[in-house]
Design a protein. Sequence first.
Length: 253
Amino acid sequence: MSLVNSDVNATRLVNSDVNATSPNTEIADIAPTVDGKTSDEESMTIDDLLATIPHDSKIPSSAVVVTKIQFGKSIEIRGVEEGDWYKTRLPKIPAGDKGKEPLSEKDPIKGHPAREIFSLICADIELLIKLREQVIDEVEKFFNSFSFRRLAVLKLEDIYAKEEQVLTWAQTDSTKIALHRRMYILTKYRELLLRKFLEARRSNFVAGHSLSAIDLIVLDMLSDLHRVVLEELRTQMQLHGLTWEMKCYSSLF
């Protein structure tokens, strides 16, 4: 079970065999609005959003292959090794007497397909968040260290374009206010990305699939994180005196 085909761009992550939904899971589907303004990103798919990542930026999910599950073969239980039943009776040697520190614990994620998928999705989201934050940083740096001597070496059109982006993300006409809403911008974007991933995985879900159990686990993990981010977004909007509209539904089909 691979998240990414080596010959296909990582933006196809959501179209893999591991997609999730649960008819018994309540998910908040929201479209925040401020002063009647909405972002074009609301109409974009997660594939479209991932496609905005520059080619020189390495997409986390593009370099990782999720642990495959091979049916009909022996099952290995993590943390249980052959002979453990009698090894527990052997005398224990204190770590200090062995002349070395206790062995480090195995990677808690590797070997768990659902956790691996969730981790890769979060990594892709954080990359997009980081890229957006870099744009905000560039605009903030320009306005906080403005100098006429630097005008000759600055690409003003590029700066103005990025300023317009920040104003749109913050849904305001004031650059000062927009920069003050940094956390709101990033939190709103994180909520949008999580929601788009959830929508994509629900639409690609196939009931009764051999991997549906993993699909549901991934959906539950994403849904839990989405709820946390929703609360953070609510806090940010209240902090800045913004209003929003939210629609909730409990049935996905």
